[in-house]
Ligand binder design. Structure first.
Ligand code: ADP
Ligand code: MG
Length: 248
């Protein structure tokens, strides 16, 4: 479905992404984890050409994204940004429909209600302005917008970063449920290893632009993946241990 084939991206003389080769099968739910500055966003952005690789190729269904017409690319890839990025002067409904409309493939009016329902928002919110929504509701609209053209591939770049822990946990589970229900292929960028372990089928760890681990949550918890990955796994594990200690 999605393949990074020796992808590098350099800015000046430093490599943000450094020779990444990865294959994502249809239906996979993969976490991309790593410290701030490890190249997660840059790698994700090569898929929809917001960043152009300096070397290597990104393939969507065997086709080089560099050669895909941008309308086809937008239709195939839903992208959810960390900074939610709704247009403040447009209603919720307009925010959801503007992308497809600009690309010359307007979506049917009834589709907005359907998309809001999909992300568990009441249909009445369609006429609100973004400022009249909570952070969690805004990010749900961001997800609805990404899904407007029914793309098979959903890319989420730290989508829950700005949310309170309760909303974050609920929304994370709902994204997982949507992935299963719509049979999506999903890549979730997060710096939170607990979130990655709990939601995803596979965890890829980036360090300074390179893949240093590519494991299932179960094998990471069994100690696989090397020191960088294990340092990340140690954080939620130690927290769980300390919480158990508090309880006694
Ligand atoms: P992450 O998402 O893991 O925090 P990024 O992909 O945003 O990491 O950044 C990886 C590296 O590339 C960082 O060192 C960052 O400063 C650099 N970088 C990212 N985008 C640009 C850009 N447009 N120009 C110059 N450097 C950039
Ligand atoms: Mg980032």
């Amino acid at each position: 479905m999605l393949r990074f084939d020796g992808v590098s991206k350099t800015y000046g003389d430093s490599a943000a992404v450094d020779g990444v080769t990865l294959d994502f099968a249809p239906g996979a739910f993969v976490a991309l984890v790593g410290a701030s500055g490890s190249g997660k966003s840059t790698l994700l952005r090569t898929v929809n050409r917001l960043a152009e690789p300096t070397a290597g190729r990104v393939l969507l269904d065997e086709q080089d994204v560099a050669a895909l017409p941008s309308v086809a690319l937008r239709r195939q890839v839903g992208f959810v940004f960390q900074a939610i990025g709704l247009f403040p002067h447009l209603t919720v409904a307009e925010n959801i429909t503007i992308g497809p409309r600009i690309q010359g493939m307007p979506i049917a009016a009834g589709r907005v209600a359907e998309l809001l329902d999909l992300v568990q928002l009441p249909a009445e919110l369609a006429t609100r302005m973004p400022a009249q929504l909570s952070g969690g509701q805004q990010q749900r609209v961001g997800i609805a917008r990404a899904l407007a053209t029914s793309p098979p591939l959903l890319l989420l770049d730290e989508p829950f970063g700005a949310l309170d822990p309760v909303t974050r946990d609920a929304l994370g589970r709902q994204v997982r449920a949507l992935h299963d229900e719509l049979a999506l292929t999903t890549v979730l960028v997060t710096h939170d290893m607990a979130e990655a372990l709990l939601l995803c089928d596979r965890v890829v760890v980036l360090d300074r632009g390179r893949v240093v681990a590519d494991e299932t949550p179960a094998s990471l918890l069994d100690g696989a993946g090397g020191p960088k990955a294990q340092a990340l796994v140690a954080v939620p594990r130690d927290q769980a241990r300390r919480l158990a200690g508090v309880q006694q």
